[in-house]
Each structure stands twice: as structure tokens, then as C-alpha cells.
Design a protein around this ligand. Structure first.
Ligand SMILES: CC(=O)N[C@H]1[C@@H](OP(=O)(O)OP(=O)(O)OC[C@H]2O[C@@H](n3ccc(=O)[nH]c3=O)[C@H](O)[C@@H]2O)O[C@H](CO)[C@H](O)[C@@H]1O
Ligand SMILES: [Mn+2]
Length: 342
């Protein structure tokens, strides 16, 4: 076949492949294998396929590049949200007319009140901008909640007083029961979605309506590349948070979960009950309520998973090439100084 005329590709789009094969035949009274090599012209695109650009919808590009370097869908077909997998403008346009209210709970107990100002100020810049957000601040010191942070229209803060427990682990775990109660008494009448986040964090970039879903969890930035058997699940069989080796999907962070109010109520209620069951037999799961959240999400699969962009830790530096943007990140803190116990 003459190249060029009959072949549909241009010359610079072509490359060559070598095919090696063996033929068995009788030679000198024994069966021998004769090696053959032939060289064939082939389109470069067939050897090294390039990703197709995303389609244009209504005249605009949906996403300018897609992600082939990371997992973008779970085995149960929930999206995993990374930069480049969504178009913020299309998402904002889609939710604009839905009149949504997003409750957001944050605990600032004992010395953690110091994180509130930066949390709120950066949230005003990057978190659910343009949407109604109702922050619920749970604290033992209502007077320490900054009152002069400028909030955009439709956004507000409520303060709920909670007791101070003596151990940081206890403060962290007990969040489940206070969130459960607040949903039952107030939030379920007022909000469509609820997100429950750590306070020792700052927003650095957009965290918007792309995170909305029925049950949403975030990949823990320390373990998102680990093998499931290295996940720091609770392995002791006495705890109700126990996940055996060989089981588990991802290791989710305790510092950011959420979803539709009813779904999150089910989650915090189940975790609160399991924390109480553990307390009754005097066990505490390895990572407190984070272990229980992971156990719950093994049975109740999240409908949307957020990449570690959404709960980064500055101790990990800027991350690998797959971390293209850091949206919400832990503030470096001196544990000895801020925690009640070490
Ligand atoms: C980013 C992330 O996924 N963090 C999780 C991780 O530890 P962290 O090391 O991030 O825990 P942490 O010290 O931030 O405590 C969790 C949260 O509890 C609150 N707090 C804690 C101590 C205190 O004295 N006052 C106070 O208000 C505060 O809202 C804080 O953000 O594991 C914890 C359980 O072991 C929790 O699941 C955290 O959510
Ligand atoms: Mn934290």
C-alpha cells in the first residue's frame, strides 16, 4: 500500500510500530520457532491516544482540561471533586435560583476561639460566596466570638453555648451530640444543607456549590494515596468503629463532612450512639469521631467525595502535581499551647 494517498492520515500524524511474532516449522528434522518482525505505519493517536477536549455546551467549553491523573469517580459512581472536573460558573448558575440555605457548624472551645476570626474572614472570601450561609458557632465562651467580621447579605452567625471538656479528644468527639441536637431543634427548620468543619483552618480558594450533595465526605490528605490496609481505621474489634483489614473504600477526614440536613442528622446520630456504646465499655477509637465517621461511611456510601484540596494540611507542603489548588487548609498550631492536654 502506498503511503499518503490511500491512507487517511497526514505524514506527521503517522508513526511506525514493530510487530514481533514467531512461526513454528519443521527444520532439520525438528520443530523450530522462527522469529519475524514487520514494521507497520500507524496513526500516532492510536499509539498514544490524547484526551478528547470536553464538548462545548451552548457555545462554551465545559471544562478546559479533564483529569486523568486522579480518580474522579468512586466504584459506586459518586463523583470525586477535583479542580478541573467542574465548571464553577455553570454550578453557580444552576443553584442561583434554588434559594438554598447552608448551615455550617464550627466548634471553638477553650483556646480554639483564637481561630474564629481568620476562619470567618476567609470564609467570607471563599466559602459559598453568593449563597445564604448560617454559621453555627459552638463555644464555651460566647464573648470571645468576634462580632465585627463583615458578613455579606444573607449570611449570619448564631452562637450556641457548650461545656468545655477537659480533653481535646472529648471536645472533638462530643461535637456529634451537639450537632445532632442543633439539627433537631433548629437547623432542620432553616437549612437545606449542613457542613460540619474544623475551626483551626482557613479558606484559601473557592469552596462553593460544587460540594453540595446528599452525603458528602472529604479524602484525608495524609492518606489519599495509601493502600486501604494502611488506612488508620479503628482496628480493635471492641469498638463499634472497627473496620477489619481488607475492608474500606477511602480514609475520610473528620474535619469536614456534610450534605442534606436529614442525611447528616442520620450520620451524627449514629456516630453519637456508637461513641456512647464505646464509652460504656471504656474504649476510645483510634481517631475518636473520625474513626466513627469512617465506619458509618463504609456502610452509607457518600454520594459525593471531595478531593484533599478541600481539607489540606500545610504540613504536607504544596502536595504532589495532582494538588492544583488548596482550598481549605489546617493552620499550623502549637499543640502544646492550644490543646487542653497533649
Ligand atoms: C482536619 C481534620 O480532619 N481534623 C480531625 C483530626 O484532628 P485535628 O488535629 O485537626 O483535631 P483538632 O485539634 O483540630 O480538633 C478538632 C476540632 O475540635 C474543636 N476543638 C478541639 C480542641 C479544643 O480544645 N477546642 C476545640 O474547639 C475544634 O473545632 C477543632 O477544629 O482528628 C480529630 C479526631 O481525632 C477530628 O476528627 C478532627 O476533625
Ligand atoms: Mn483540626
Amino acid at each position: 500500500m502506498a503511503m499518503g494517498k490511500e491512507y487517511p492520515h497526514k505524514k506527521d500524524e503517522m508513526t511506525k510500530v514493530n510487530l514481533h511474532f514467531g512461526v513454528a516449522c519443521w527444520r532439520k528434522g525438528e520443530l523450530q520457532r522462527i522469529k519475524h518482525k514487520i514494521t507497520l505505519p500507524i496513526a500516532k493517536a492510536a499509539v498514544n491516544p490524547q484526551p478528547e477536549p470536553w464538548p462545548e455546551i451552548a457555545g462554551r467549553l465545559v471544562v478546559n482540561k479533564w483529569r486523568r491523573d486522579v480518580l474522579t469517580v468512586t466504584p459506586w459512581l459518586a463523583p470525586i471533586v477535583w479542580a478541573g472536573t467542574f465548571d464553577p460558573d455553570i454550578i453557580d448558575e444552576a443553584v442561583k435560583h434554588q434559594n438554598l440555605t447552608i448551615a455550617t457548624t464550627v466548634f471553638a472551645v477553650a483556646k480554639y476561639t483564637r481561630f474564629l476570626r481568620d476562619f470567618l474572614e476567609t470564609a467570607e472570601k471563599h466559602y459559598m460566596v453568593g449563597l445564604s450561609v448560617h454559621f453555627y458557632i459552638f463555644t464555651d465562651q460566647p464573648n470571645a466570638v468576634p462580632t465585627n467580621v463583615t458578613m455579606a447579605a444573607g449570611r449570619r452567625v448564631s452562637v450556641i453555648k457548650v461545656p468545655k471538656f477537659s480533653r481535646w479528644q472529648e471536645i472533638s468527639m462530643r461535637r456529634m451530640e451537639f450537632i445532632e441536637k442543633a439539627i433537631e431543634e433548629d437547623i432542620r427548620h432553616k437549612a437545606n444543607y449542613i457542613f460540619c468543619v474544623d475551626v483551626d483552618m482557613q479558606f484559601h480558594s473557592r469552596v462553593g456549590a460544587e460540594i453540595l450533595g446528599r452525603l458528602v465526605a472529604v479524602l484525608n490528605p495524609w492518606l489519599h494515596k495509601s493502600n486501604r490496609d494502611n488506612f488508620s481505621y479503628e482496628r480493635g474489634t471492641v469498638s463499634t468503629a472497627h473496620i477489619p483489614v481488607g475492608k474500606g473504600d477511602f480514609y475520610y477526614a473528620g474535619g469536614f463532612f456534610g450534605g442534606a440536613v436529614g442525611e447528616v442528622h442520620d450520620l451524627v446520630k449514629a456516630c453519637r450512639a456508637n461513641l456512647e456504646a464505646d464509652r460504656a465499655v471504656k474504649v476510645e477509637a483510634r481517631w475518636q469521631e473520625e474513626s466513627h465517621v469512617n465506619r458509618y461511611l463504609l456502610t452509607n456510601k457518600p454520594t459525593k467525595v471531595l478531593s484533599p484540596e478541600y481539607i489540606w494540611d500545610e504540613e504536607l507542603g504544596s502536595g504532589g502535581a495532582e494538588i492544583q489548588v488548596i482550598r481549605y487548609a489546617t493552620v499550623r498550631k502549637n499543640m502544646k499551647e492550644v490543646r487542653e492536654n497533649v
